[in-house]
Design a protein around this ligand. Structure first.
Ligand code: LLP
Length: 419
């Protein structure tokens, strides 16, 4: 959680007061602070690269707004993409194909053809994908995603590396996958794994690296294959709660790179952080429209529901909330912060003590840069909201809000039902 400046009882984001931003752009609105974004990238890039050559592949599933992608492109990021759509967006923003690695699951032939045409690195997830790619092109740069058999993450829905996972080639088959790829004429470059998302401890990553180094050594011994890089995926968590400690990124980088340097001939590492880079760069501002006190519970009703931010409803995720125009005031009462969606699972925060709320107050939801806007929807026919970028007192619109035409655009009533 970042500390925000307080000026005259107002929360300040990127040099501007939350009220000023909301008055100008309406609510709900995602507000990204460019400086925080750049600092997050620089911190992780430096921590690894002072130890050994490491490509930071920003996992753009976390936030694929083109302005954010452009900022990270300027910083020298590479990309971890999970769909052809993400690949095409990154190419459009200015990333060269060499900077993009695609790691998909259950990939169609159509998508494989698009990836080959785009010229990006492909992380294969199965024997089926290998064989289908071979019939399209054997010149594509490839690696395999291995299922390491260990997982980590903030919720069972985001653990990917466990034995029963749908992702990757099981570890017992991984040497055979490389053997078959080489027999087909491919020249595999690397090895990839991702254990899950949102873990805050270093240990699972070290366990993963031990497993990957075992595979590297098997590939060398059994196939004479020397890999150019190892990709340990993403999954670095952030402290969403006030009392949580951030992961020690220096320790992570030092320990991992030491293992790679000491136990293999691989000289390039790849890391795929999404959340770590974007989560705390962004605050969601939502307006209090209704305050309801009942004999059992109090509610702050706001104009953003799980159509705007689904993480609390979907994963029971904690996001810190404050009243931005009563910033720093004493918290007096306990409330649930709930949205306008017609489901009782529609909440942003539960059981939070807040200063006395009133209609018109501005609620700031912290750490919403990762898996925030990208997971939003038009559920209940609510158009998606705006995104803005702030930087040292300047503000720019980076995504306009939708309107009803966006909801109706692709729908047709068959002629026989009309007239
Ligand atoms: N690499 C691969 C192959 C991944 O599948 C993911 C995330 C990442 C990297 C980036 O993980 P990160 O560093 O952001 O934790 N919607 C969920 C998170 C889903 C993550 C999916 N894969 C959430 O809101 O917590």
């Amino acid at each position: 959680m970042r500390d925000f400046e307080c000026r005259d009882g107002e929360m300040i984001i990127g040099g501007l007061s939350a009220t000023e931003i909301a008055d100008r752009y309406g609510t709900p609105v995602y507000v990204t602070d460019e400086e925080a974004l750049r600092n997050n990238f620089r911190r992780i890039h430096k921590a690894f690269n002072k130890q050994m050559s490491t490509r930071i592949h920003y996992a753009c599933k976390a936030n694929s707004n083109m302005a954010i992608l452009k900022i990270l492109e300027q910083e020298g990021a590479c990309i971890d993409a999970v769909s052809l759509g993400e690949v095409l967006t990154c190419l459009k923003v200015g990333y060269s194909p060499e900077r993009i690695m695609y790691t998909g699951v259950n990939v169609s032939n159509e998508e494989l053809e698009g990836l080959v045409e785009a010229g990006v690195h492909i992380n294969l997830d199965s024997f089926s994908a290998l064989r289908r790619l071979a019939s399209i092109s054997i010149d594509a740069p490839i690696s395999f995603r291995v299922t390491p058999g260990i997982g980590s993450g903030h919720h069972e829905k985001v653990i990917t590396g466990a034995k029963n996972s749908k992702f990757g080639v099981p570890i017992e088959d991984i040497v055979d996958a490389y053997r078959e790829a080489m027999d087909l004429g491919f020249k595999p470059k690397g090895l990839h794994a991702h254990i899950g998302s949102g873990g805050l401890s270093v240990e699972p990553f070290l366990d993963l690296m031990e497993i990957l180094l075992g595979v590297v050594s098997d590939l060398k011994d059994e196939l004479g294959l020397k890999l150019e890089f190892l990709d340990m995926g993403g999954g670095i968590g952030i402290p969403y709660r006030p009392n949580e400690k951030p992961m020690d990124i220096e320790e992570l980088a030092t320990e991992l790179t030491t293992m790679v340097k000491e136990e293999s001939e691989v000289r390039t590492l790849a890391v795929e952080p999404g959340r770590y880079i974007v989560a705390d760069s962004t605050v969601l501002l939502t307006r209090c429209v209704d305050v309801k006190r009942t004999s059992r519970k109090n509610f702050v009703g706001v104009d953003a529901g799980f159509n705007t931010l689904i993480r609390p409803a979907f994963y029971d995720s904690y996001h810190h909330v404050v009243i931005a125009n009563k910033f720093g005031r004493a918290c007096t009462e306990r409330f649930d912060v709930v949205g306008p969606i017609c489901e009782s699972g529609d909440y942003l925060a539960r059981d939070r003590v807040l200063p006395e709320p009133e209609e018109g107050d501005l609620i700031a939801v912290y750490d919403t840069g990762a898996y925030g806007f990208v997971m939003s929807s038009q559920y209940n026919s609510r158009p998606r909201c705006r995104e803005v970028l702030v930087d040292k007192g300047e503000i720019a619109l980076i995504r306009d809000k939708e309107d009803m035409d966006d909801i109706w655009r692709h729908q047709t009533i068959p002629a026989r039902l009309l007239g």
